[in-house]
Each structure stands twice: as C-alpha cells, then as structure tokens.
Design a binder for this molecule. Structure first.
Ligand SMILES: *Cc1c(COP(=O)(O)O)cnc(C)c1O
Length: 378
C-alpha cells in the first residue's frame, strides 16, 4: 500500500519521552510517564474527570461495563454501527446487546428512538443496565438528551469516544467527558497513538479506583496476594504512555489536519449523488476518517467501484462499519431502526485520512476518484 487509510503519525517528541521512561527504569505497566499521560489527558479534557490508562479501548469498555454491573442477565443498548472493540466486551460479560440505528442528521445514535424504547422497556420492567452510544468517525454523540435519559431511567451511560479525542460537543465541551464514563483508544490507526492503548475517563472517583483495581489483577490490600474477585492485566505500559505524552502535544494539530483533509475532499468531490458525513451546528468533529456516501443510481458508480479502483493503485479505502445487527455473530439480536445504518454501509466509503498524508497524495486520490466518476458517470 502506498497511501493508507490512517497511519501512526509521530511528532518527533515521542522518542525523548521514551528515553526518559527508560532512564527511570519504569519499563512496566506503572510509572511517572503513565501518571503524567493520565494527567495530560485530564488537563486536555478540562473537566472534573478521572483518567485510567489501559492496554486498549476494548479493555476500557470491558472495565466500564463490568463496573456498571453488567452481567449475564442484562441488556446493553448500543449503536449498531460500530467497530468490534466497541461491542465485544458485551459478550465478554455474557450480556445481550440491543441495537439502535443512527440519526441521519448526525450519524450518531438516534436519541428519539432510544427515548421511545426506554419508555416502553420501563413500563415492561426490562430496562437495560447500560447504554453505549458511539462517537462515530470522531463525532460526539448527542450528550444532552443521552445524559437526561440515562438519569431519568437510572441507566448507566458509557460513551464510546475511541474515535473522538480532540472533538467537542456543544459549547466547547470535549468529547470523552460524557456519561458515567467514556472510553478512549490509542490504537495505531487513531488520531493519536501509543502503539496500542486506551483510557477510561469517568466523573466517578469510585469508578476510577475500581478500574485501577480490576486492571491490576484485583489485588486486595494484604502483604500476600489476596483476591475477593477476579481482575485483569489491563494497565497501560509506562513505555507506551511515554509515546502518548509526545502525541498529546500535537493532538489539536492532528485534528486540524484531519479536518483540513476532509474539507479538501468535500470541496473537490461534492456533486449530485455524493454526500459527506454531516456535522451538526455547534459540534466540532475530529474527522478521524473522511466518510462519504455514493449513490450508484445518481453517479453510475458504487462504493466498491471506487474502493477497488483505489486498491489497484495501492490506495487504501474501506467501507463504513458494517452494522452489528447485520453480522453473523449477532444474528437474531433485536434492532430498532429504519435502516439508516444499513444504507450507510451499502453506499459508504472511508477515504485515506491520515494526518501525515501529503497534499500531493490527497490530490492523487481525488484525481483518480474524479476520473472514475467522469468515465462511468451518467
Ligand atoms: C478503535 C475503537 C475501539 C477499540 O479500541 P482498541 O484500542 O482498538 O481496543 C472501540 N470502539 C470504536 C468505535 C473504535 O473505533
């Protein structure tokens, strides 16, 4: 591949931070760089939250759901259009997912539909234990109604902000500060990376303490190893946290570049039959990946035509997430929606969006897509 969807993009400051970590000899899942990385994310979020560095975003979601009390007889209500790591922890806990569609105006969880189903479930005494909306492609879910509904029905709200660190919701409130807890990911393809890693962000001190406890093998206070419950080995490596410290310094620059890439695609490729992911008034998305839909009847071209043509030139594109209610794994699971997510999957494509992509590389992608549209277009 010559042009990737989204690659790690180092700033040059990471190696010094890693050298400092080596000098401290904290080559371990604890240490000064990890403490500093957690503090740096908390400062960035600018909210009254606690941050716990973990080995992945999936691990963060697993811990959040467990701390929320999710177990085998419980339902978790969740955005169907998401990535595996944003749903599999529901399976780890033996709970059952109930899937929800997106609002076409934001491509985030349809809160009106959620409200209707919560009212119904409440009257039938079958409320979920937790709700998990996804900040799709870096756009914050609609936090005000979500938090109001969670409060009204006494349901835990855990926001999957894996793709939205650096985004903001209304009035400048940062993505990653929502609900009882939010999860972040620092996987290699995200806006910033620690090579692999994640974080639990929560406004509850007790949740942060519990997450720390469970992530370090659930060791009860005692000189020997004493366990009253089981835990996990989920803490973030201090070496990886050092990389994260260097990356946090350039987070806003990385987001600005991704937004610039989105804007260039949008201005070059907008034509009848092509639609870009909307950004509701007052929100500031990271544009982690540039996501668009191609209507084949209007353009004469399918999203697969474009993806395969790009692939021939060693340029990576990817269909939008396949909704989880369409996956064999979740066949038969309840789904509430109008198929907005199904249509996005059928016609949606992510274009190369890495912040290290050059203008020349982007111009090549744009040129090739335009050539195909002109050649096949009707
Ligand atoms: C990346 C991602 C995750 C999982 O993060 P990992 O760090 O890869 O475990 C979860 N949800 C969404 C929506 C993601 O994009």
């Amino acid at each position: 591949m010559r042009i990737y969807l989204s690659r790690p993009h180092m700033s040059g400051r990471e190696e010094q931070r890693v050298a400092e970590a080596f000098a401290s000899n904290f080559v371990a899942p604890l240490g000064p760089q990890l403490d500093a990385f957690e503090a740096s994310v908390r400062d960035y979020l600018g909210a009254d939250v606690y941050c716990v560095g973990l080995s992945s975003g999936s691990a963060a979601l697993h811990l959040a759901l467990r701390i929320a009390g999710v177990g085998p007889s419980d339902e978790v209500w969740i955005s169907s259009m998401t990535f595996a790591g944003g749903i599999f922890p529901v399976n780890y806990l033996g709970a059952s997912p109930r899937f929800f569609d997106l609002d076409p105006a934001s491509w985030t969880l349809d809160t009106a539909r959620l409200a209707e189903e919560l009212a119904k479930a409440s009257s039938e005494n079958r409320l979920p234990k937790a709700i998990v909306p996804t900040d799709l492609y870096g756009q914050s879910a609609d936090l005000v109604p979500l938090e109001a509904l969670a409060e009204q029905y006494g349901v835990r709200l855990i926001v999957d902000s894996a793709e939205s660190l650096g985004a903001s919701y209304k009035n400048g409130r940062k993505a990653g500060t929502g609900g009882d807890a939010a999860i972040l990911s620092f996987n290699g393809n995200k806006i910033i990376t620690t090579s692999g890693g994640g974080m639990l962000v929560t406004r509850h001190k007790a949740w942060a303490e519990k997450a720390n406890f469970l992530a370090t093998q659930a060791r009860d206070p005692a000189p020997h190893y004493e366990h009253s419950t089981y835990g996990y080995n989920y803490r973030l490596s201090n070496i990886c946290a050092a990389i994260g410290l260097g990356q946090m310094e350039v987070l806003d620059i990385r987001v600005a570049r991704r937004r610039e890439i989105f804007a260039r695609y949008k201005s070059a490729l907008s034509r009848p039959g092509i639609a870009f992911m909307p950004e509701p008034e007052g929100l500031h998305t990271t544009r982690w990946l540039t996501a668009l839909t191609i209507d084949p009847t209007e353009t004469g071209v399918t999203r697969e035509d474009i993806r395969l043509m790009l692939l021939e030139h060693k340029i990576e594109g990817r269909p939008l997430w396949k909704p989880m209610h369409m996956q064999p794994l979740y066949a038969g699971a309840p789904y509430h929606g109008a198929g907005v997510d199904e249509r996005l999957f059928a016609n949606g494509l992510c274009l190369p969006s890495g912040s290290d992509m050059t203008d020349e590389q982007q111009d090549e992608v744009i040129g090739r897509v335009l050539d195909l549209l002109d050649a096949k277009g009707n």
